[in-house]
Design a protein. Structure first.
Lengths: 249, 632
């Protein structure tokens, strides 16, 4: 009993854990929250460690010494803006299932939760820029449609190689893509349909994610904040964070 | 990949096997077969996940089994039926579907069965099964914990091996602690279950009378009587004394309370100490080496004719010590009642009386008479034999003058009768002669088949002297003499040594020995304080300091190679640029920028590359850093 007590205590010593939240967490929507367990010990692996988050838990059967392992836990968080994740506790029955030992671990728990995307019927079919679709750009790019196929010249990224076609020829072929651009659009929170600011924020979140996915450069006007239209993941996060914190500062 | 449930099932079978092995031979034949069959069937069922016994039937059979063996419990034997019932439960449990607590039940039942086996027998194999069971049950508990945590878990073989390796720490330390507790924990002098099976083991014992001619042949019982730990003795000194017979009644020699006599001293040149480990026996005679001077380590009674009897039964293994002077005479005071030892048997043949009369007429000196008596025995050409023995109305006369065949009782009875008829006080001494010496353990192994009877005569100058007339047999070298030639094979010696150490270290380790150890430790500690400083004190002191230093090195907190390198880096730079430039608060990058030194910069780059990626330095990186340190 005493030896198992000592082993059990060792198993909980020098254990660290941290949350690895995904880039986008939406209010009320289930998301996969990453949990990383770090073994700082020099000799002993971590055995049978359960990481408890709220009422859920995830099991790490073994983490080698000086190593880390990551697992995901499906979780739903509510309330937009800066929110705290649940406290993180580790517990283990190791080595013998007479006792369950547990301890809370200090972790960085703050995350930004974006408003729940809510479809906006008024903008469902409409062209945000008022135009009639895409405009073909003559410049080469990496996002548009295939404009032509040519021989590989040495400087092209590997992802542009047309493997299927290259297999039929005796030399590598690359796809030359056109750069697709759409007319930029700026969302004005004040003019969006919806009852109250929360619903408008939800509509705005929906439109930002939808239009950026479709390739529209999107800007935002929310009160005094004005963000110019742009594309890309970082821009999307900036827009969503602005919407998440709107009215809370 | 290994499925935890499959591993647990196999472990349950292994645990059951280790617990059944020590009791299997003591089980009823049907239960023996059932238990033996249950193991492979359970293994097969676990693989197929199909079980022959539904839960209700399993419960029914278990209850029936318990009831069957419960009615067999008697006051004399509780252990055997209980063990039988436990085996039934274990076998049933193996043959039923298993979940978490079922495995726990199997482990507990296995431990109970092993504990129960120690009530039936306590052989050295117990320790083997105990160790095996401790290891397998503890490992089973660890694996069960994994199973309870996640019933569907499948682990890579590599991870599982790591788990098992760490899990093995548990039984290893547990066994170590068990050894310490075995010595330290208080215990009773008598096993608690003794009142349940009081004398089950006591079978051997010395005959308390000598009656030559009662049987036409005797058969030797091949059974260990006792072990005697001490130095190797000359063949003529291997007489193990147990009881003294002093009166002949109706053709038998018996013992009656001897008259008081005052012992003056044991007249022997040397003294030896033997530790005696008797096997459990019916009687209470304590066997000593002839001539005993002191018996210690056991509560006993002693008599004037050097018989020692224990105050309590000898039905459990024990140990006592004997100090003896091998082959020495016993000097007694002159006021000894000689007439008591001169009483002759009622029935003595005329021939014997004539021989005795002839010897008496030679001289009043006992030495002359004893020599004549020895000569008579030699002249008779008597043979030492255990079959075709003298019988009839006067077997002693027939032994001396007719068949001339007999074993020690014939020789001793004839000798004592003739000695007494010749006016020499004499008595019979029963015990053992010979023994096989185990040089591995430095002890004698004395069997019941070496039981022997010899005589003691009182000389004119009041010395009791041992005389063994059997040694005058014409065939003594090929019969009695072979007892000293009997040698154990190396393997027999090894096996018996193990058994001997088991008995010595475990079975007879009782409160008395615990107290002895504690007292001896206290004495040693006291004597340590008063020890004088010897000439080699500096050697001992340096050895002690060296050991302490080694321990300090081992237990001090080890620095990682990275930390050690950084320490060396800093101290080298402090030496070169001074402490005002290289401040303790400066970071590695800051220093390298400040000094504008390529080696420093390279050092910082390699070091940070490892640290910022949260990994240890590789061998190659360590080598480069050491090289850079030299350049600094």
């Amino acid at each position: 009993m005493s030896v198992s007590g000592v082993l059990g205590k060792w198993n909980l010593s020098r254990v660290e854990a941290c949350y690895v939240p995904p880039d986008e967490i939406y209010d009320g929507l289930p998301t996969l929250l990453g949990i990383e367990l770090v073994n700082r010990r020099r000799w002993l692996p971590i055995f049978l460690m359960e990481v408890v988050v709220g009422e859920q838990s995830v099991l790490f059967p073994l983490v080698d010494q000086q190593q880390r392992r990551r697992k995901n836990l499906e979780i739903s968080l509510s309330g937009r803006g800066r929110q705290a994740l649940p406290e993180l506790t580790v517990r283990s029955r190791f080595p013998v299932d007479f006792f369950i030992r547990s301890q809370g671990l200090p972790v960085d728990r703050e995350v930004t939760i974006f408003p729940t995307p809510q479809a906006c019927p008024e903008f469902q079919q409409a062209d945000p820029g008022g135009g009639q679709g895409t405009q073909q750009n003559l410049l080469k790019g990496y996002e548009g449609d295939i404009s032509r196929i040519r021989d590989y010249q040495g400087g092209e990224p590997l992802k542009s190689i047309h493997w299927k076609l290259s297999a039929r020829h005796d030399r590598l072929k690359v796809k030359e893509l056109s750069a697709a651009t759409r007319k930029p659009v700026v969302l004005d929170l004040a003019t969006l349909p919806g009852v109250g600011i929360e619903q408008r924020l939800r509509h705005a979140t929906y439109l930002v994610t939808r239009w950026l996915r479709d390739g529209w450069p999107v800007g935002l006007k929310a009160g005094r904040i004005e963000l110019p239209p742009g594309l890309g993941h970082q821009h999307k996060l900036l827009l969503l964070q602005t919407l998440a914190h709107y009215g809370q500062d | 990949m290994v499925r935890i449930k499959a591993l647990l099932d196999s472990l349950a079978c292994v645990v059951a096997l280790f617990s059944l092995a020590p009791v299997l031979t003591y089980l009823d034949r049907p239960l023996q077969l059932f238990a033996l069959l249950a193991l492979p069937v359970a293994f097969w069922c676990d693989r197929r996940k199909r079980y022959p016994l539904p839960p209700w039937l399993a419960t029914l059979i278990a209850v029936a089994g318990i009831a069957l063996y419960a009615v067999q419990i008697t006051r004399e034997d509780v252990a055997t039926p209980v063990v039988h019932a436990l085996v039934v439960l274990l076998s049933i449990r193996l043959l039923s579907p298993k979940q978490g607590r079922d495995y726990l039940q199997i482990f507990v039942l296995a431990l109970f069965i092993l504990a129960g086996s120690s009530l039936i027998h306590l052989e050295i194999s117990f320790i083997l099964y105990l160790v095996l069971l401790v290891f397998s049950v503890t490992l089973g508990l660890v694996i069960l914990t994994v199973f309870v945590t996640d019933k569907q878990l499948v682990m890579p073989r590599r991870d599982l091996m790591k788990l098992i390796k760490v899990g093995l720490i548990l039984p290893s330390f547990s066994l170590l602690l068990m050894m310490i507790f075995f010595v330290v924990l208080p215990r009773t002098r008598h096993p608690l279950w003794n009142f349940l099976n009081p004398t089950a083991q006591a079978t051997a014992g010395l005959a308390e009378t000598v009656q030559p001619g009662a049987f036409s042949q005797i058969s030797a019982i091949k059974k260990l009587s006792f072990r005697a730990e001490g130095p190797e003795l000359a063949p003529e000194d291997r007489y193990w004394r147990a009881l003294v017979l002093n009166r002949s009644e109706k053709g038998r020699w018996i013992r009656i309370e001897p008259p008081p006599e005052r012992l003056i001293r044991v007249a022997g040149p040397r003294s030896v100490i033997f530790a005696i480990y008797p096997e459990p026996r019916r009687d209470r005679y304590l066997v000593t080496l002839d001539r005993p001077t002191l018996v210690s380590g056991i509560r006993h009674y002693s008599t004037v004719d050097q018989m020692f009897t224990a105050r309590s039964d000898l039905d459990h293994p024990l140990r006592f010590e004997v100090r003896a002077s091998p082959g020495a005479d016993l000097l007694v005071a002159a006021d000894i009642d000689r007439n008591f030892y001169l009483q002759t048997p009622q029935q003595v043949s005329t021939r014997m009386r004539q021989i005795a009369a002839g010897i008496t007429a030679l001289s009043p000196n006992s030495e002359v008479r004893l020599t004549a008596l020895a000569d008579f025995f030699r002249e008779q050409q008597l043979s030492y034999a255990q079959d075709d023995l003298s019988a009839g109305p006067d077997p002693i006369d027939d032994f001396l003058f007719g068949k001339k065949r007999g074993y020690c009782e014939f020789f001793a009875s004839a000798y004592v009768t003739l000695a007494r008829l010749s006016g020499i006080p004499a008595r019979l001494v029963g015990g053992y002669y010979g023994g096989e010496y185990n040089s591995l353990g430095d002890y004698y192994l004395v069997g019941e088949e070496t039981a022997h009877v010899w005589t003691e005569v009182l000389t004119t100058d009041n010395h009791w002297r041992r005389i063994d007339p059997s040694q005058w047999a014409v065939n003594v070298a090929s019969t009695l003499g072979t007892r000293n030639l009997a040698k154990l094979s190396a393997l027999q010696q090894l096996i018996d040594s193990l058994n001997y150490h088991w008995v010595q270290a475990v079975v007879i380790f009782d409160l008395a020995r615990q107290m002895t150890i504690f007292l001896e430790t206290g004495d040693r500690l006291r004597s340590l304080r008063s020890v004088e400083v010897s000439n080699d004190w500096w050697q001992k002191t340096s050895l002690l300091l060296g050991s302490l230093f080694l321990v300090w090195i081992l237990i001090r907190r080890r620095k990682s190679p990275e930390a050690k390198l950084l320490e060396r880096f800093r101290s080298r730079l402090v030496k070169r640029y001074g402490p005002e430039v290289i401040r303790p608060s400066s970071g590695l990058g800051e220093i390298s920028e400040q000094l504008d030194n390529d080696a420093c910069r390279e050092f910082a780059r390699i070091y940070y590359d490892a640290i910022f990626h949260d990994r240890s330095l590789t061998g190659r990186e360590l080598a480069s850093l050491k090289l850079l340190l030299k350049r600094l």
